[in-house]
Design a binder for this molecule. Sequence first.
Ligand SMILES: Nc1ncnc2c1ncn2[C@@H]1O[C@H](COP(=O)(O)OP(=O)(O)OP(=O)(O)O)[C@@H](O)[C@H]1O
Ligand SMILES: [Mg+2]
Length: 348
Amino acid sequence: MSDKIYGIDMGTNSLKIYQKGAGVVVQQKNMIANVKRKEREPLAIGDEAYSMYEKAPTNIEVRQPIINGVIADFTAMQIMIQMYFKVARGKNSPEGLVANGNSEFYIAVPTDITEVEKRAFYDLIASSTLKTRKIRIVEKPIADALGAGLDVLDATGRLIVNIGADTTEISLISLGGIVQSRLLKIGGTKFDEAIQQAVKKKHNLVIGMKSAERLKMQLASGTREDEDITSDVMGRNLITGLPSRVTVDNHLIFEAMAESMSSIIDAIRFILEKTPPELSMDIMHDGICMTGGSTYIKNLDNLIRQETGLNIMKVEDPELTVVKGLGMIMENPLYERMAYNLQESDFQ
Ligand SMILES: Nc1ncnc2c1ncn2[C@@H]1O[C@H](COP(=O)(O)OP(=O)(O)OP(=O)(O)O)[C@@H](O)[C@H]1O
Ligand SMILES: [Mg+2]
């Protein structure tokens, strides 16, 4: 039987939940849909809410409660988390994810945010209807590095770059702690927006974010490509106002994403420049570990390799490293100290 111990990564794009003894049990779009002014009665959450995104009538709102890695809509996020869990009452335990008096929650939070923003992740669970015994906070870069298979406990500097949906988190880790971490408001969504703008400018075509994301998945590359690759996309022609189809090529997508890419490179360089020399030597030796769903972009590793001169390590399932790292912390007593309590007294 699985324990009632859970790890939660509230990503901007998707919510991931790990259950001790069972592995990753939830991976769903982090979205909620409700009729306007009826926030407390959602019509749909997760992937089902995402299927309504950009298709719903004006009286229905489809939103992301996490923006730029922090909680933007506390109530919506809390309602959603509560819907994933059942609260056990009496002796009979219901099926599925259960939060009862013995439940423990490990919550991953970005490092480079304010204490108030961190506290909100704790409060979200603490003030919910879920019953809990313990709520513990884990710095996201630590969970990320563990989930990526890095040994975070030894005295070796590790540089990990998580390129997600709204954020890129660049962190330097040594001896189980964070030496420095920087959270940029750049990620897959920024790339999608840039693609949307570029298609509008070049082809006079307004496309949705889902279409822009699909173009990115098909055509994006971290480095300039010689060959032409194309894909068709449907949208609304700006001049005629009618639905129309155009063919988009990889070069347009590359140009559209170039500015965001160079911001990521600049930020990695900035962290490298501020890295103490002994740790720099470790990074020279081991290179940079890349995680987050946006690292699926072809040749992104080659771009970072070219621009920094360092080796790049890629991982399997890069969007799951944080939640798997939470799993490792709850499964292995060796890592227990990586999680901490956030009590009222810490803030007084
Ligand atoms: N094959 C792919 N090619 C390019 N991008 C991809 C691919 N698969 C997923 N992505 C992008 O990965 C992003 C989601 O990654 P991830 O799950 O790591 O983000 P998140 O944790 O929800 O966000 P954040 O960490 O920024 O809060 C999306 O922007 C998505 O478009
Ligand atoms: Mg993430």
